[in-house]
Design a protein around this ligand. Structure first.
Ligand SMILES: [Fe+2]
Ligand SMILES: [Fe+2]
Length: 180
């Protein structure tokens, strides 16, 4: 039964990983991670500017107290960052990046503690996000506020919902199946 559950989830997880190949996402990665691209606003990828940050509600829970507490904080920090002035945005990004690094590390501790079988796939995705945070931090330091704002109001919210619904939900379900 656990095997059936994992097989189903693994397909979902692999589907999510494939989504990284989407053109818009690829463009973002190129800009965020390529150190040779100058910080000019005309090189910021075209993205919708409509904020898509969800308000926290129990419907967002995955059923693990540690993960849900982190996800609530993620949503709250994103909502605060979306309202920040340009002057305050760098500090909001720094606080968010620190939170997300701690959040990812706590999930990885749980995965190791409960022997979550697809741990390498989940950690691989976390490592991709860590790299993204490093790239964005450099853009903040260079004063590219448009890119940082787009990252916090569009890229992260979309990623967060997808990641929560697949890898984090699968991890929480596995922990429950192990009595955690
Ligand atoms: Fe998470
Ligand atoms: Fe995760």
């Amino acid at each position: 039964m656990v095997q059936d559950f994992l097989t189903g989830r693994r397909a979902e997880i692999m589907q999510l990983l494939d989504r990284r190949q989407e053109p818009a996402r690829t463009r973002w990665h190129k800009v965020v991670l390529d150190p040779h691209i100058h910080d000019r606003t005309d090189q910021t990828p075209a993205m919708s500017i409509a904020p898509s940050i969800p308000a926290w509600s129990p419907s967002l829970e995955v059923g693990n107290a540690i993960i849900d507490a982190d996800h609530k904080e993620t949503v709250e920090l994103l909502a605060e960052a979306a309202k920040a002035s340009d002057a305050d945005l760098p500090a909001h990004f720094t606080a968010f990046a620190q939170h997300l690094r701690d959040h990812l590390a706590r999930e990885e501790e749980l995965m190791h503690q409960y022997g979550f079988p697809p741990t390498p796939i989940h950690v691989h995705e976390h490592n991709r996000v860590r790299l993204e945070l490093e790239g964005i931090a450099k853009r903040v330091a260079a004063g590219n506020l448009a890119l940082v704002r787009g990252y916090l109001t569009e890229v992260v919210p979309e990623w967060f919902i997808n990641h929560k619904n697949t890898m984090d939900s699968a991890t929480a379900a596995w922990i429950r199946s192990q009595g955690g």
